[in-house]
Design a protein around this ligand. Structure first.
Ligand SMILES: NC(=O)c1ccc[n+]([C@@H]2O[C@H](COP(=O)([O-])OP(=O)(O)OC[C@H]3O[C@@H](n4cnc5c(N)ncnc54)[C@H](O)[C@@H]3O)[C@@H](O)[C@H]2O)c1
Ligand SMILES: Nc1ncnc2c1ncn2[C@@H]1O[C@H](COP(=O)(O)OP(=O)(O)O)[C@@H](O)[C@H]1O
Ligand SMILES: O=C(O)C1=C[C@@H](OP(=O)(O)O)[C@@H](O)[C@H](O)C1
Length: 545
């Protein structure tokens, strides 16, 4: 069902002759239990003769007219998988119909087969009038050079099938169909989508569009295998890629690193139509966003988060930034991405402890906004705590994690769409952060962000309970749920005086007024300004080991 509620195909497959549109399309329709239609077969049924006969009797223009009319009608009434003939997308009327279908939420999948493989398949069994006349392979290549750029442009999903069996290719297509998409509205800037699924990186060309010539690919060594895939996809789409490896984690979020990248962009002639792609954890997406926000006062960027925390939090919402000597994240800009591609396959290499810290922000979103997140965490705590990236893809846990990512991103999207620059509502995303940031600082950032926030949420629950907002049961629930996920619920690494001084420097503080986010129930965050000093201290005593 499309965005408009009309009956539309689940997906339309385009590609060169022999790419596998029919064979792979049938495989996918069987996997998904959906009807399948092949435009060429439908046309032959309608005109009562084979396509070669129609070509020879009436010529290609007449055929293309019949073809585009059938495609338009099918797009408006068919709800399965629909494979087009090789030349169909070259007809302007069909391009318009496909653009309308995409605008209505449709998927136009360009099946990008290896030309050698496709040519060999296209020559099997004949029946392809476009290959008649002269050397079939030479003719195929000539058509490929004309059609590939057009197919790349009009498709919103690109699936490479080089070396794939029909079943492997079908699985790739199915992953793209089953991906989850969260739309983020942005006031005074372009809206964007967060795509969550096994093949999300395949959207890079579709999100970047055909304007950029150059792409600055910013990444770190631990995600090499994923940035390699991104680089290959970018180069196949025709972009010139400047490969920029930065220091890992927080060491990469510095003005020195940013300055080095600005120099490269200048030396390599990056203009305002070029773009940045960040592949990595939240530190990478923060730095990449900051570079994009500042180069020529703003160029497009796409975040490709590879850690759970980056997928559910850091990559979305437009907070970009770096650390400086005076503190973390105090320098940056609100600057939203052109898109976020959370490719689940990148989690295959994510260490267990980094995954678990990301659950801290997932749980936070459950406490402030979506109780279903808390239920899922409870039901799957043991499997989540035992996370092993190497076995995630294809396991039952994959869909649980994808559901948690989608729900958490939706919570963030609701807040950042309503309050991009954190004037009020967006501050609720800071639940647990007032103490959390103080812990990170006093631990010299040896504690991971999500772990510090977990303790911060227990602190906020104790404070809320002391002031009568919530009962002890909910405080205890904070502790039991977070502990079941392997997250810390207490801390003893510093004095109350040191903590208090840092909480007064939190971004939410105004003047000398301490400001917190607390709950007056699950899903009901409230601002708590200038709480009684004795409660602030007593709550701290209660979270000490
Ligand atoms: N902008 C925002 O709204 C926002 C929100 C939350 C956090 N953040 C920022 O994000 C950062 C925390 O993000 P993080 O937890 O991803 O930390 P991180 O970026 O430091 O990544 C943690 C570690 O995991 C590694 N890693 C990431 N993905 C991997 C993968 N797929 N395989 C193997 N290793 C992988 C990284 O290389 C790094 O060593 C902090 O700087 C924080 O300030 C920003
Ligand atoms: N990934 C693949 N691996 C092996 N054979 C394939 C693959 N995709 C398609 N084929 C075979 O290649 C031939 C052409 O496939 P088809 O789906 O008709 O191509 P298209 O519809 O794109 O022109 C068929 O014999 C099909 O079984
Ligand atoms: O997008 C936001 O508003 C958030 C930014 C980060 O906090 P800070 O802005 O305090 O770093 C993050 O840790 C928090 O989960 C939500």
């Amino acid at each position: 069902m499309s965005d408009s509620g009309a009956s539309r195909p689940v997906a339309v497959i385009i590609g060169m002759m022999g790419a596998g549109k029919t064979r792979v399309g049938r495989e996918v329709s069987q996997m998904l239990g959906l009807p399948f239609r092949d435009a060429d077969l439908e046309i032959e049924r309608e005109v009562g003769m084979s396509i070669p006969d129609y070509f020879s009797r009436y010529g290609e223009p007449a055929f293309r007219e019949v073809e585009s009319d059938l495609i338009r009608r099918t797009l408006e009434e068919f709800d399965g998988l629909f494979a087009l003939g090789g030349g169909a997308p070259m007809t302007p009327a069909t391009q318009d119909a496909l653009a309308d279908y995409i605008a209505d939420g449709g998927r136009v999948i360009y099946l990008q087969a290896d030309p050698k493989e496709a040519m060999e398949r296209a020559n099997r069994g004949g029946g392809r009038p476009m290959l008649n006349g002269g050397d079939a392979n030479e003719r195929w290549m000539r058509l490929y050079k004309q059609r590939d750029p057009v197919f790349t442009r009009i498709a919103n999903i690109h699936v490479r099938t080089h070396g794939s069996t029909p079943q492997m290719a079908a699985r790739k297509v199915m992953n793209m169909i089953e991906e989850r998409v969260v739309h983020v509205d942005v006031v005074a800037a372009d809206d964007y989508n967060v795509r969550i699924g096994e093949g999300a990186l395949n959207h890079l060309a579709g999100v970047l569009g055909d304007k950029p010539t150059r792409i600055a690919l910013i990444h770190t060594q631990p995600v090499q295998r994923h940035s390699d895939r991104a680089r290959a996809l970018l180069r196949q789409a025709g972009y010139e890629v400047s490969d920029i490896v930065i220091p890992d984690a927080e060491a990469g979020k510095t003005i020195t690193v940013a300055n080095g990248i600005w120099e490269r962009l200048g030396n390599e002639g990056f203009t305002r139509s070029d773009a940045v792609v960040g592949v990595g954890g939240g530190a990478v997406t923060d730095l990449a966003g900051f570079v994009a926000a500042t180069w020529m006062r703003g160029i497009r960027y796409v975040n490709c988060p590879t850690s759970l925390l980056a997928m559910v939090d850091a990559s979305t919402g437009g907070k970009t930034g770096i650390n400086t000597k005076v503190g973390k994240n105090l320098v940056g800009s609100f600057y939203t991405p052109a898109g976020v591609l959370a490719d689940m396959t990148t989690l295959a290499s994510l260490p267990n402890d980094i995954f678990i810290e990301g659950l801290g922000e997932v749980a936070k979103s459950g406490f402030i906004s979506d109780p279903e997140i808390l239920r899922i965490l409870e039901d799957h705590a043991a499997e989540l705590r035992a996370f092993d990236g190497a076995t995630l893809i294809g396991s039952p846990l994959e869909d649980v994690v994808a559901e948690l990512i989608e729900r958490t991103v939706k919570v963030k999207a609701r807040h950042v769409s309503a309050d991009l620059k954190e004037a009020g509502l967006r501050e609720f995303l800071n639940y647990g952060h007032t103490l959390g940031h103080a812990i990170e600082k006093l631990e010299h950032f040896r504690w991971r962000h999500g772990n510090a926030v977990a303790v911060g949420m227990v602190y906020a629950a104790e404070l809320a309970s002391l002031l009568g907002y919530i009962d002890r049961d909910l405080v205890d629930y904070h502790r039991s749920l977070l502990a079941s996920l392997g997250l810390p619920t207490s801390w003893n690494g510093g004095s109350f005086e040191d903590v208090l001084a840092l909480m007064h420097r939190d971004k939410k503080a105004r003047g000398n007024t301490l400001r917190f986010v607390v709950l007056d129930g699950i899903g009901h965050p409230v601002h708590l300004d200038d709480p009684p000093a004795d409660a602030v201290e007593e709550a701290f005593r209660r979270i000490q080991q």
